[in-house]
Design a protein around this ligand. Sequence first.
Ligand SMILES: [Fe+2]
Length: 205
Amino acid sequence: MVALEVLQIAAGEMDNFAYLVFCPQTRKAVVVDPSLAPQAVLDAVNEHQLELVGLLNTHGHPDHIAGNAEILAAAAVPHWGHPADLPNVDRQLLEGTEVPVGTGCIRVLHTPGHTPGSVVLLTGAGLITGDTLFVGRCGRADLAGSDVDQLYDSLQRLKALDGSLKVYPGHDYGVRPISTIGDEMRENDFLNAPDRPSFIRLRMG
Ligand SMILES: [Fe+2]
């Protein structure tokens, strides 16, 4: 199976990142979280000569879905999301769902905690982590619908993945825009919390 490629796009005044994940053989692409800069995403689609085949959201927060309508107006593609956050999607992103992108596919990890319907998207060599994991920190767990225990469990799952996997976060909050699981294991205090109570104190304190 072909290795999908990932383009990171700065997406607005809340330091969001949008992503294009594409198959280098067929140029078919999906957009993940167009956020506050859908035109920048569409410009990148043209610049890289891609064909959009889907719109995915990592979760339902307004800053991530704000550009959905503009993308869907420009390209008649299915909208994918987890029903706990986005009940009206065309196709559901559930644990284990595979989203075809050209000759490759994205695999879904359901990672609740920041929101009930948060997902992390495995592109092969990378992880699009939404607001579950950032460079140097993790998502908030004090919002409506958040659950700090679930966030802890979801981060434990990410820690168990291959350290070489790249981390593509939902916001530009860190010392670098892209990281790896291995670097986050070394540098991210939220991943290094020794146990659940320590994590909860750190996150909620
Ligand atoms: Fe969020």
